[in-house]
Design a protein. Sequence first.
Length: 532
Amino acid sequence: MSAVLQVRDLNVSFRQDGAESHAVKNVSFEIARGETVALVGESGSGKSVTALSTVSLLPDSASITGSINYEGAEMVGADEAELRRVRGNDISFIFQEPMTSLNPLHTLEKQLAESILLHQGLTGAAARARILELLNKVGINEPEKRLSSYPHQLSGGQRQRVMIAMALANGPDLLIADEPTTALDVTIQAQILELLAELKKAEGMSMLFITHDLGIVNRFADRVYVMKDGEIVESGETKALFANPRHPYTQTLLSAESTGVPDPVDGNAEVIAETDALRIWFPIQRGLLRRTVGHIKAVNAASLTVRAGETVGVVGESGSGKTTLALAMMRLIGSEGPVIFMGRDIQGLTSKALRPLRSDMQIVFQDPFGSLSPRMTVEEIIAEGLSIHQIDPTRDKREIVAEIMVEVGLDPETMHRYPHEFSGGQRQRIAIARAMVLRPKLVVLDEPTSALDMTVQVQIVELLRNLQKKYGLAYLFISHDLKVVRALSHKVIVMKRGDVVEQGDAAQIFDNPQTDYTRELMAAAFDVKSVG
């Protein structure tokens, strides 16, 4: 089988502030025609840098040596005209976060038409026909109605399908997919993987699939290259490598999965928070007088109870109402129905009346980089709540910050640093420390592990378990990663389009789901059959 892409002795370094860092070291691999090759490893291993090097998409501070041969043409040192001809035409990319890759100011039609015009010279009716063909191919329903839509008007799965359509627009020989399913729900993830497998087969493409999720690799790739610290430490056919990993790092990656179940909860433990038939409807207002013409029914009649030391997992696809429910229980958005916190109905309380309770209810978000101020040091971030809520006012705040940093697995010597100086896993530990330093009763965990590498994810799950056990914390845990939910949760609530379709003990939900929707979620999360 002839090789579409051959990479030999690739080295990539970056020069910044007079210092040089080596991101990729002597990397060699090849991709045969019609083959799917996976490049796996943790964040910072050099996977994405290697992929971007193929058509010189790295910044000017990068220095590239070695050989990248595409269909007999050398890409390292190629002139800009040759690179432009190959980019988006012969080699196309799908990136992890379509919301940052798509232009928020342009409609779908305009964005797809731009690439088609540039590489195929199609305009007008011919371009529109090609766009509709592509959108149909990637499974966008009623594409004619979507042509005038903007990216923010689509769901995450739909945006990723549009990104795939853009990548396929010019019939590439090689598709490079960089973490294309990380931020998606399990059912959408399964659909996108199935779609990529079908398109690859139909179009006769080769694929370079970059991911830290080895479960996907096992289902999807023909061969695997494992990267660590910029080097390839192991490679081989997928089935053989998974059956007999030789390198300790590969063994660590393959064994990194959140397993086990949480310790049982005392049925008489104190009820921390509960709600009964909670409803959250957002009015749709139109016309000059802004009359209410309907409602977006985000949550319908949701009831739950969470006790001290207990975790209630909330699962469902994007748009099911998971986060909306949690925000209403935290009184960050309005709702109808009682919200009982520590025995007191806090529904309808003013911001001023809620303020004394805020230290007892905390939230940890999915993306710590977005929720941590880039202008504050770690010490300032963690200590901010101590000052606002007057926690231990007689103690030295730096001492309290150092204690909680040790507790969440951070070096107190780094408290003077800023968030950008930490890895993703470390930033999530900072976010957890900021919440836990106030010794809350209830913590909402909104997708706290979905953006993390598997090994880091396991560490964060273990940290959350230990903190819960030590302080009797009540967790409301929102996630689309059902393996993590199973490892952490005592009870599970399954939501679909605002409705609670099923709830009960975690073991019962996972082992004997009662609804078709729950069974579909479980199949997508735990099915290990090959894709394609």
